[in-house]
Design a protein around this ligand. Structure first.
Ligand code: HEM
Length: 406
């Protein structure tokens, strides 16, 4: 495409080749002009190329943000699910746009885990920054494919990028300063959110490098890295989990059986994995040049006729077979969280959010479709972007199942 080589992987054998056998070559990430600019030139984890910097960022994130020991991340799931159950309970009998409700829920969970509880107005400001980032990430920019055409900019992307990053700078700089101040006043308070976790890591680093120039550099890096990693977590953890909850609710209305794995097979929240080669390579007899974009089509792999019986059918019971593939990354027929070095670090947190939310929504309410609509009439198409939510939002009417107050 333009000046870029693109390779698409659509079966399990080639996916294994790319994500396991040769993953040292295929673990870079491609980045568009927008992604490079908005991630402070790959100062984050998701778009950093594979190497020592990425390894260090991933280690910090796994230990400081995603570990089971970080109670606040897991508490934020339970706290926000309780709030949403109470809001729905106050509106029983009216149609509820489940898609919008769960998107709001996951944004609140991730916001609270990343930046602390904060006030709701602030949250609204941050969400509007996030939405502009999302539009810019997905916008088509001809300069990504033919760089000399950078001046063809009908969507005014160049100006919008500068404005969007400046808005994020203003927002998170303030939050970082507040966290620094809070720590200065009350050292014993400990870590509560992800910013505290990241600041702790950098103050440990700064102690090792006592000289002042290095300390100043460490602080500059701190702010860019913190901002970029927070955006990774917001993007990685919001739409993926929301789309999972909404699809599970929709599929449950059609066919109420055990279904978590079947939902991830038919509707992987991230349908295309984006990788890039660090060197020339060969996959299944095809030459893949250095710097090529490699797109692993998880959606197609999950519906491959060679692997799955009746691949288009929603049959959760297929997973009762003990030989059925699991989704943890070793069975390449089924890789909703990716596999290998660049696989999802937020898998446990994501699954926890998905399960707690679905369990509470189903335990607390009975759901029916509005206007006498039959479950078989539900639209089951999805939209393709960085994530794959439902094409039309699920709207359903809740009634209370429990006698106790919610
Ligand atoms: C059901 C929920 C989720 C699904 C299905 C999912 C899926 C994925 C997939 C497919 C990848 C890319 C793997 C690759 O390129 O090979 C990924 C990467 C990533 N995910 Fe998730 N994810 C989920 C939840 C989360 C959550 C809750 C977070 C954070 C709070 C998160 C943060 C990330 C990050 C930061 C990366 C980039 C890792 C790297 O490049 O090293 N994800 N995820």
């Amino acid at each position: 495409m333009g000046f870029l080589h693109m390779v698409v992987i659509s079966n399990a054998e080639a996916a294994r080749e790319v994500l396991q056998v040769q993953d040292n070559i295929f673990s870079n990430r491609p980045a568009t002009i927008a992604i490079r600019y908005l991630t402070y030139d790959r100062a984050d984890m998701a778009f950093a190329h594979y190497g020592p910097f990425w390894r260090q960022m991933r280690k910090i994130c796994v230990v400081k943000l995603f570990s089971r020991k970080r109670a606040e991340s897991w508490n934020s799931v339970r706290g926000e699910v309780d709030t949403i159950v109470r809001t729905i309970a106050a509106n029983v009998g009216d149609p509820i746009n489940v898609g919008e409700v769960v998107y709001y829920l996951t944004k609140n969970i991730v916001y609270r885990a990343a930046l602390g509880s904060g006030c709701r107005e602030r949250q609204a400001e941050f969400i509007s920054i996030l939405e502009e980032f999302s539009k810019l990430f997905e916008a088509f920019n001809i300069a990504d494919f033919i760089p000399c055409l950078w001046w063809v900019d009908p969507q005014h992307l160049n100006k919008r990028l500068i404005k969007a990053r400046a808005a994020l700078d203003g927002f998170i700089d303030k939050i970082i300063d507040e966290h620094v101040e809070k720590r200065r006043r009350d050292i014993c308070e400990g870590e509560s959110d992800m910013v505290d976790g990241l600041l702790n890591f950098y103050s440990e680093e700064a102690k090792l490098n006592n000289d002042s120039v290095e300390q100043q550099n460490a602080m500059r890096v701190t702010k860019d890295n913190i901002k970029a990693v927070i955006m990774d977590v917001m993007f990685g953890g919001t739409e993926t989990v929301a789309s999972g909850i909404e699809w599970t609710m929709a599929e449950l209305m059609r066919s109420p059986e055990e279904l978590r794995r079947e939902m991830l097979r038919l509707h992987p929240p991230i349908p295309l994995l984006l990788h890039e080669t660090a060197e020339n390579a060969a996959v299944c007899g095809y030459h893949v040049p250095k710097g090529a974009r490699v797109i692993i089509n998880v959606w197609a792999i999950g519906r491959d006729k060679g692997t799955w019986e009746e691949p288009e059918a929603f049959k959760p019971l297929r997973f009762l077979n003990p030989e059925a593939p699991n989704f943890e990354g070793s069975d390449f027929e089924f890789i909703p969280f990716g596999s290998g070095r660049r696989s999802c670090p937020g898998m446990q947190l994501g699954l926890y959010g998905l399960e707690v939310a679905v369990a509470h929504l189903l335990h607390s309410f009975t759901w029916e479709l509005p206007n006498g609509m039959k479950p078989s009439e539900l639209d089951t198409s999805d939209v393709f972007g960085l994530a794959a939510p439902r094409a039309s939002r699920l709207v359903a009417i809740p009634t209370k199942r429990l006698m106790c107050p919610l």
